[in-house]
Structures are given as structure tokens and as C-alpha cells.
Ligand binder design. Structure first.
Ligand code: NAD
Length: 242
């Protein structure tokens, strides 16, 4: 039996590093997008109000890049782990994925529930009409809603507040977990970087998966230094052969 089966409630907390092996670039570190683009020009409300077309062109590129990528074995291992726990009779598998990623990769691998702290590239909204819509068109086709206002990606940009409903569910899941596994996050983005504290306060076991140390590594008694796919194979058992 996988040793992780002993934990009743598990949270996988994923960041951009989780999608790196799928080919989705991270924001920071080698090959990171913020080495090439200024977030002040493309990922904040002020930039959108100044130049919505430039902001949309940037996000259209992100959508095209994410659509061309596939979930990797690490995503599938988490999905298989959830299914195994469900089969073992744990309601809902007792596993929650909390992701800072906006690329929908966990869902594409068939995992649920997935709480998206920072929104999704695959939702668009019209703030004037208070409408949120799923949309997977690449390219988007038109940047304006039928009301004439610019649509915007339903993403938490720099300076935006997190969605309160999502945050409440996330804090509840993390506060009640017995095992918290952080995967591929630099812990540089707040308030997401503070969330592991809720697991620590609950006395949960903590594991950090990241090839490099992070500013919060000392909070984790166990570190797995390597790429997400290999470390998840070590933790959850090897991937199924193709
Ligand atoms: P980040 O870009 O700040 O940090 C990425 C982290 O992943 C680093 O600590 C790096 O060492 C680690 N990493 C690199 N390769 C890895 C691998 N193969 N396996 C495991 N870890 C690896 O990412 P962040 O902490 O998530 O914060 C950035 C913000 O931007 C978040 O909101 C994030 O969701 C968003 N973002 C999302 C995507 C996406 O949806 N895929 C991509 C870029 C940024």
C-alpha cells in the first residue's frame, strides 16, 4: 500500500513548476516569462485599462501555448492516486488540488476537485455585465463583449484580490489536511505563499517538491529536490507504461 494512503486528507498545492515539464513556461527563474515581459504592461488591471488589446494579445499567446501542451506523467499520477483512494472507499478521495496555475492542466488530466486560486486562462468575463464564461477558442477571435465593453481574462492579476469563494474553500481544505505537498512554487506570490501556514497550524505533515530551495523551504521538514514528474513517481508510485 502506498504510504500516503495513511493520510485522511491531502492537499497538493501546485505552482508554475508543476507545468514546466508540460512545456508551459514559469514566470520566474530560467526561461521565465517575466524575463521577457514586464507584468506591469501585461498582467495588471492598469495595463488592461491602458491597452486592452496588448494585454489580450499577450494572453492569447499564453492560451495558444497552454493549448499546445499536454499534462505530463506527474499530473496523471495525481489523478490516478485520487482514483485509487476513491476505490479504497475514501469519499472524494480525501484529496484536494489547490493550484496557482491558470492553464487547466490538472483538469485536463482528469483530476478533481481543483481549486484555481489565480483563475483560469479558459474563462473570460465581462465586468460591465457581471458575466463569466468558459471559452477555449484559440485565438479568442474578438476582444469585446456584445455589450461593447472589453472582455478580460478571468485571472487574478498583480494587485487583484483573490476570489473570496475560492479562497474560503482553499483555506478550509488546507486547514483540515493531514498532509500538504507543495509542488513547483517559488513562494514569491502572496497571499498564496502564506497558505501553507494553515497546514502547519493543523499539525499536517509537509513535503516540498522543487528542484531548488525556496524562501519557505525551512517550513518543510521533507524536501524532494527534483522535477515534479520524477518526484511524484517516487511519492505515488511509478507512472503506468504507455
Ligand atoms: P514561479 O514561476 O514563481 O516559480 C516556479 C517554481 O517552480 C520555482 O521555484 C522553480 O524552482 C520550480 N520548478 C521549476 N521547474 C520545476 C519542475 N520541473 N518541477 C517542479 N518545480 C519546478 O511560480 P509560482 O510560484 O507558481 O508563482 C507564479 C504565479 O504565476 C502563480 O500565480 C502561477 O500560477 C502563475 N503562473 C502560472 C503558470 C501556469 O498556469 N502554468 C505559468 C507561469 C506562472
Amino acid at each position: 500500500m502506498n504510504l500516503l494512503m495513511q493520510y485522511a486528507k491531502i492537499v497538493f498545492f501546485t505552482g508554475a513548476g508543476m507545468s514546466k515539464e508540460s512545456g508551459v513556461p514559469t514566470y520566474r527563474g530560467a526561461g521565465g516569462l517575466w524575463n521577457e515581459y514586464r507584468y506591469q504592461d501585461y498582467a495588471c488591471q492598469e495595463a488592461f485599462e491602458r491597452d486592452p488589446v496588448a494585454v489580450w494579445e499577450f494572453h492569447d499567446k499564453r492560451r495558444a501555448a497552454a493549448a499546445a501542451c499536454q499534462p505530463h506523467s506527474g499530473h496523471h499520477l495525481i489523478t490516478r492516486f485520487i482514483a485509487a483512494r476513491q476505490a479504497a472507499g475514501k469519499a472524494g478521495g480525501g484529496v484536494t488540488i489547490v493550484t496557482q496555475n491558470i492553464d487547466g492542466m490538472h483538469q485536463r488530466a482528469g483530476a478533481e476537485p481543483v481549486y484555481e486560486l489565480h483563475g483560469s486562462l479558459w474563462r473570460i468575463r465581462c465586468d460591465a455585465c457581471a458575466l463569466v464564461m468558459e471559452n477555449r477558442d484559440v485565438p479568442l477571435g474578438g476582444y469585446q463583449h456584445s455589450c461593447g465593453q472589453y472582455l478580460r481574462p478571468d485571472i487574478v492579476w498583480f494587485g487583484d484580490a483573490l476570489n473570496r469563494g475560492v479562497l474560503t474553500k482553499v483555506v478550509h481544505a488546507i486547514s483540515h489536511c493531514n498532509l500538504f505537498v507543495s509542488i513547483g512554487t517559488s513562494a514569491a506570490v502572496f497571499p498564496a505563499a502564506r497558505l501553507p501556514m494553515h497546514a502547519i497550524e493543523n499539525g499536517a505533515a509537509l513535503i516540498e517538491i522543487n528542484p531548488e530551495p525556496t524562501p519557505v523551504s525551512q517550513q518543510y521538514p521533507k524536501h524532494m529536490r527534483g522535477p515534479a514528474s520524477a518526484m511524484l513517481a517516487e511519492l505515488l508510485g511509478p507512472a503506468d507504461p504507455d
